[in-house]
Write a protein that binds this ligand. Structure first.
Ligand SMILES: NC(=O)C1=CN([C@@H]2O[C@H](COP(=O)(O)OP(=O)(O)OC[C@H]3O[C@@H](n4cnc5c(N)ncnc54)[C@H](OP(=O)(O)O)[C@@H]3O)[C@@H](O)[C@H]2O)C=CC1
Ligand SMILES: Nc1nc(O)c(N)c(N[C@@H]2O[C@H](COP(=O)(O)O)[C@@H](O)[C@H]2O)n1
Length: 220
């Protein structure tokens, strides 16, 4: 599986404010680029923190969806949520019928929540005891023919993917604003590294909208 992490940060590296409300950091051209990345992916993944904060849909635009259908792909990529305790609300946009949704949960997820989420039509995949075991969960996705996985965030999930050595590429749009706040989410949160920092190789730098797009490859 190929894993691409794509996110937008403020100039000071924040994904959002301390209120964890969605902030449009990208401009129109960058959002178009994100649409293309989604279109070229088999699935788009977020953590439950992002679902609860943003209620994202993670679909592609109408014209992009038509292009996917013309090449024989589903209208939209599948959606994936890392959600150890099955906290995804049953009325969340991510479990509507626009696209296939995989909910990655752990063995600690309450059975009534799993049942409720299965009733939305989502497929629940159990991996890990307390928290979603990402290597195992991604292998399960791969067995469902998900080869190109795009991860949009948030910072907790992105950190864990780096920690598990599962990220191949990282693209970050850095927008023209400062958000600040020690409690505001950053690109990679979690416990943080103290050594063994993931080693990146810069592939390109491009001006987009009023910001800059950095594309990195993760060295094995
Ligand atoms: N600017 C941008 O590009 C983006 C911004 N955002 C912003 O980011 C914020 C949300 O980020 P954040 O709070 O970090 O939440 P995340 O979306 O990263 O979700 C984190 C949660 O995922 C669950 N999870 C399950 N398994 C794992 C695992 N193995 N490793 C890590 N997490 C796991 C955990 O909850 P549990 O234990 O219950 O499973 C964890 O708390 C919002 O403010 C949102 O607006 C989000 C995406 C993109
Ligand atoms: N690339 C990017 N730029 C920003 O400025 C953003 N705020 C985000 N947020 C991500 O997009 C999700 C919303 O997707 P839908 O429009 O609902 O499909 C949001 O949840 C973040 O993951 N991304």
């Amino acid at each position: 599986m190929h894993v691409l992490v794509n996110a937008a940060t403020s100039a000071d590296g924040k994904l959002s404010s301390r209120r964890r409300e969605q902030i449009a950091i990208s401009g129109p051209a960058d959002f178009d680029r994100v649409d293309s990345l989604r279109a070229d992916s088999d699935a788009v993944m977020v953590g439950i923190g992002t679902v609860l904060a943003d209620d994202p849909h993670l679909t592609v635009n109408e014209s992009t969806s038509v292009a996917r259908e013309e090449r024989g792909d589903p209208s939209h990529p599948a959606r994936v949520v890392a959600d150890s305790r099955a906290r995804t609300p049953s009325d969340a946009r991510i479990v509507d019928d626009a696209a296939t949704t995989y909910l990655l949960v752990s063995e600690a997820a309450p059975t009534d929540r799993i049942k409720a989420l299965r009733e939305t039509g989502a497929e629940v995949i159990v991996a890990g005891e307390e928290r979603v075991a990402l290597p195992e969960a991604l292998s399960e996705l791969e067995s469902r023919e998900i080869e190109r996985l795009m991860v949009e965030g948030g910072g907790e999930l992105i950190f864990s993917l780096f920690e598990a050595g599962l990220v191949d590429k990282l693209s970050v749009f850095v927008g023209p604003l400062v958000i600040g706040g020690r409690e505001a989410p950053t690109l990679a949160d979690g416990e943080g590294f103290v050594d063994g920092f993931p080693d990146l190789s810069l592939e390109s730098v491009e001006r987009i909208d009023a910001g800059v797009l950095l594309r990195w490859r993760v060295r094995p």
